[in-house]
Design a protein around this ligand. Structure first.
Ligand code: PGH
Ligand code: CA
Ligand code: ZN
Length: 305
């Protein structure tokens, strides 16, 4: 059965682990996430962005995830990631999503509160939980957010935001960004800011843009022709520290894409006679699954299902 993020995240915050939210857009990525959760006995959040929904179809994705939840016996939620507007959220709630994010990070504080509150009023009576974003992450989203447009989350504003919007979880900006190119120099997160937000806000906090961009995946992809010079992510120690300071949900997309692409390239290079999609996508799914499993161990959610 699908549960809401509220059900998944409440024990995570009090027991100092985090639940991974993994972006899916097709059968292979969903199988990778589901099989990883079953093998790790981990709660899991299956996340779909508006662009994933455009790609896979709302009804296809929602029904596929429902099937995954019915056959897997681990607590799973179906979450709208970076919901763009009220209409998108309404459609997803109607399609059976158990959790939604409304991304008002480009609005003013008042507009963001008002939109989030409107989503909360729609979602809560249906048992659907709501995540909002305060501050603004840089990087690849529906449209790219330039570095100079990024805004870190102010702790006192965060307290006010949660109080006024009645939101269930808050995505914070502390120096991460979306995509494979997070830092030009050394990785740096603002842990003091996170500590202070954590003290003021009692809903679970969410870390977006949390992919580590592992060197070994970049090397493998590059060996088979990928061009990913300068790719850099969040070191795993930073992730653990963030969890200890109150992060209870961690979003991962880029690392799955990289694992998928590196393996597709490897198979196509090493087996030029192969043309069965299952023989190409099957190994790519396995590679994504291994990444998801290692995240669950890193986040401490393994064995918590
Ligand atoms: C994310 C994913 N999705 O909402 O925040 O971030 O690009 O670091 O995987 P990454
Ligand atoms: Ca945003
Ligand atoms: Zn995100």
């Amino acid at each position: 059965m699908l549960v809401s993020n509220r059900d998944l995240l409440a024990p995570a915050r009090t027991r100092a682990y985090a639940v991974g939210a993994f972006n899916i857009s097709n059968l292979e990525s969903l199988l990778a996430v589901t099989e990883a959760a079953v093998e790790e006995k981990s709660p899991v959040i299956v996340a779909a962005t508006p662009s994933a929904i455009k790609y896979g179809g709302l009804s296809y994705l929602a029904k596929m995830v429902r099937t995954a939840a019915e056959s897997s016996l681990v607590p799973m939620s179906l979450h709208l990631d970076h919901g763009s507007d009220f209409e998108m959220v309404s459609k997803c709630v109607a399609a059976g999503f158990t959790s939604v994010m409304i991304d008002g990070s480009f609005l003013t504080f008042e507009q963001n509160v008002a939109l989030t509150k409107r989503v909360v009023d729609l979602a809560h009576p249906k048992g659907v939980s709501v995540e909002a974003e305060l501050g603004r992450l840089a990087g690849v989203e529906e449209k790219t957010v330039e570095e100079k447009e990024a805004v870190l989350t102010d702790p006192e504003t965060a307290r006010e935001f949660v109080e006024n919007s009645c939101v269930d979880a808050l995505a914070v900006a502390i120096g991460t960004s979306h995509g494979a190119y997070k830092f030009k120099t050394e990785p740096k997160l603002d842990f003091e800011r996170l500590r202070s937000i954590s003290e003021k806000v009692d809903v679970p906090l969410v870390l977006h843009g949390a992919s580590s961009v592992p060197a070994w995946i970049i090397e493998k992809a590059s060996r088979y022709g990928a061009e990913l010079k300068g790719a850099k992510g969040i070191p795993e120690e930073h992730i653990q520290k963030a969890i200890s300071l109150g992060i209870a949900k961690i979003n991962i997309d880029t690392d799955l894409r990289l694992a998928f692409t590196a393996t597709v390239r490897e198979v196509l290079t090493n087996s030029p006679k192969e043309f069965d999609p299952r023989k190409i996508l099957g190994p790519a799914k396995e590679a994504m699954k291994e990444v998801v499993k290692s995240k669950m161990r890193l986040f401490g959610s393994s064995g918590k299902a």
